[in-house]
Ligand binder design. Structure first.
Ligand SMILES: [Zn+2]
Length: 304
């Protein structure tokens, strides 16, 4: 079939285009010397000898410079199940979580991504998990999921300083012991004027992925980005989400009489209450929403 609209369309598929752009800004995570992809499976820094690996070819290739060991991802019982489902059902996992989870995320991520010209601006997802929010966004994560472009420690990303126009970090900073080091790496990677959108939880139960270290109030979150200008802080998930997740945990405890086996069996049944999260469509706009919000979204800019 002739397609007369395809004349001006780019000739390369989005994934291959993303990989080609990534190759231009690849740099050693240890010494920041530019790295060249010469077709081999091992990528070695000519300056310091630090090396990474490449698996697959073209649009399907994945670079690995560190990241989690599989034992780390399976230490926590609930996270072990999550990791199994994430790897086995990679493409449907984000949708399943969206439906079953007690947390209703406000739709702030896609409008943020659309504020860039993604055909030209390089934007990365710091800790993408199993999400691929746009074919042109670089996916970074410590976990080896099929959608990840670079498996890496997010404190030492193998990209050149100033190479990114933007980035997102969704529910990641609570899972690291040293958020300031992660924020500093975001600052290094962004070009002047570049922007980050960061979601962190406030009222959420403990959830290892593979670890869980902290929560943030609205004012506490503003203090985490001293090198940046804060453009906005919004309630990213509302008070009903905050209450529901805790209620589900509480019900599973109340009805399991001290048995962890019973608790784990009951917990999924409490997900039947999750649709109540729709009330947050309303409550997220309440002037007191920040008092018990499930989480906050901050947008920051690297000063020009
Ligand atoms: Zn090096």
């Amino acid at each position: 079939m002739m397609n007369d609209t395809a004349v001006d369309a780019p000739a390369i598929e989005p994934a291959a285009g993303r990989q080609a752009r990534l190759a231009e800004v690849l740099a050693c995570p240890a010494c920041h010397t530019p790295l060249r992809l010469d077709g081999g499976d091992t990528i070695v820094c000519a300056a310091c000898g630090h090396h990474g690996r490449r698996r697959g070819t073209g649009g399907a290739s994945q670079l690995k410079f560190g990241g989690f060991e599989s034992e780390e991802l399976t230490a926590d019982a609930l996270n072990r199940i999550k990791e199994f489902v994430k790897k086995r059902f990679n493409t449907v996992y984000p949708t399943a979580i969206k439906v079953l989870s007690p947390v209703m995320d406000r739709n702030l991520i896609m409008p943020f991504l659309r504020s860039f010209d993604l055909d030209r601006d390089l934007v990365a997802d710091f800790g993408c998990g199993t999400h691929r929010r746009d074919q042109r966004v670089i996916c970074l994560d410590g976990g080896t999921y099929p959608n990840v472009d670079i498996v890496t420690d997010l404190r030492t990303v193998p990209l050149a300083g100033g190479s990114l126009a933007g980035g997102i970090s969704i529910a990641v900073l609570e899972h690291v012991p040293d958020p300031a080091e992660h924020v500093a790496e975001m600052h290094r990677l962004l070009r002047p004027g570049g922007r980050m959108l960061v979601f962190v939880p406030f009222m959420q139960p403990f959830h290892a992925s593979p670890y869980d270290f902290q929560r943030y109030t609205e004012v506490g979150l503003r203090e985490q980005f001293p090198q940046f200008e804060v453009l906005s802080v919004k309630v990213g998930a509302g008070p009903t989400s905050g209450m529901l997740w805790t209620l589900q945990e509480w019900l599973a405890m109340l009805l399991s009489f001290g048995s962890m086996r019973l608790y784990r069996a009951i917990l999924p049944l409490t997900w039947i209450l999750s649709p109540l999260k729709l009330l947050d469509l309303l409550l997220v706009h309440h002037p007191a929403a920040a008092v018990t919000a499930s989480g906050f979204v901050i947008e920051v800019r690297k000063p020009a």
